[in-house]
Design a protein. Structure first.
Length: 215
């Protein structure tokens, strides 16, 4: 068993299945992935609930909605003017290329789809991969700040390595499995939020017996 597999098994035993990403539809998950940039999930939920209350959580309705009206609805997510623009840009891409349908988007090959998502203004690797994994069921591993922090503190990879280097480590070390990638990423978020914080709580962390951690 390699180190990444050991970490996964330890976290799964500690936290159990995470049932992540919360969202009733693939479109809602994609919207959440864009809104969660630079904020916490609680704020994103408030913004999504606003969209639902206004009966506006659809590609067609957001596509025709004025940006200032969208900004008001997603205000709880923070940076609301920027995020309104990014959300409308993504939906314009969705409407133009896939007739506003996440189901049609899902049919496309993961490599070409990822390249297209990264070409959309405001969508970086983490957001693109979150959409691919959680909204479109594509087996790609999402790398975030928690992942980098945990792996670097356990001397698995230097924190300053590129996103692609971290992702390739997971892709080459683990079975390319949708359920595994989904669960593993969510578990890394869980341990990052609860224990592997900027000021870590190593004595309480379930991973503390794997290796001493330098901070």
């Amino acid at each position: 068993m390699n180190k990444l597999e050991l970490i996964y098994k330890t976290l799964l035993r500690t936290f159990g299945p995470q049932h992540w990403w919360p969202g009733e539809t693939p479109f809602e998950v994609a919207v959440g992935a864009i809104l969660t940039q630079n904020t916490n999930w609680g704020n994103v939920e408030k913004a999504i609930n606003n969209l639902k209350s206004a009966r506006s959580l659809s590609a067609k309705k957001i596509h025709v909605m004025p940006a200032n009206s969208l900004s008001v609805l997603i205000r709880p997510a923070g940076y609301f003017n920027v995020k309104a623009k990014r959300l409308k840009t993504f939906i314009s891409f969705l409407m133009k290329n896939y007739h506003g349908s996440m189901a049609i988007m899902k049919r496309e090959d993961v490599h070409s789809l990822r390249e297209k998502l990264l070409s959309v203004n405001g969508i970086g690797p983490e957001t693109a991969d979150s959409i691919l994994l959680y909204a479109l069921d594509k087996p790609v591993f999402v790398i975030d700040a928690y992942t980098k922090r945990v792996l670097s503190r356990h001397k698995i990879m230097d924190h300053d390595k590129a996103y692609e280097d971290f992702q390739e480590l997971f892709h080459s070390s683990l079975k390319r499995d949708l359920k595994l990638f989904n669960e593993y990423h969510a578990l890394l978020v869980a341990v990052g939020k609860n224990y592997c914080k900027p000021k870590p709580q190593c004595d309480k962390c379930p991973l503390n017996k794997l290796r001493p951690i330098s901070v």
